[in-house]
Design a protein around this ligand. Structure first.
Ligand code: ZN
Length: 134
């Protein structure tokens, strides 16, 4: 049975996209699995996991600018905790990604990175990584 690798990420702003590709690759390397799949999962309801471009930081900037327009922080929400926008963004983005492992490396495209997206920060977030050989 393969174990679950877990690491923490500290976010600094209310909304952010943090590149966690390095930490996920470290888990893959530590597992010694050469070929298989890697599931990256976040156990939170106001954050998400996604894959997108990690070359130009303006992609992240534009992404956050637009998602905060599409789902505004205030819009007559009912949820008493006051973070409905974050809950909605998280479900739209999703809580996990699956990446193929080939020759011990994440089989990502040249411009792809794995991101933790924070929608209700700043907080410390937990990320779980499960690696399955095959
Ligand atoms: Zn809430």
């Amino acid at each position: 049975m393969s174990k679950v690798y877990t690491f923490n990420v500290r976010t600094q702003q209310a909304t952010a996209m943090i590149d966690i590709t390095r930490q996920v690759q470290e888990a893959v390397s530590e597992s010694k699995v050469e070929n298989g799949i890697c599931v990256v999962f976040i156990p939170h309801t106001t954050a998400a996991i996604t894959i997108n471009e990690n070359a130009d930081p303006d992609v992240v900037r534009d992404f956050l600018m637009e998602i905060n327009k599409v789902i505004p922080f205030s819009d007559g929400y009912h949820h008493i905790e006051g973070n409905s926008a974050a809950h909605i963004k998280s479900s739209l983005m999703g809580f996990s990604e699956t990446v193929i492992i080939e020759n011990g490396r994440l089989l990502l495209g040249t411009w792809q990175g794995i991101y933790l997206t924070e929608f209700d920060g700043p907080r410390t977030r937990k990320v779980h990584v499960k690696i399955i050989e095959g």
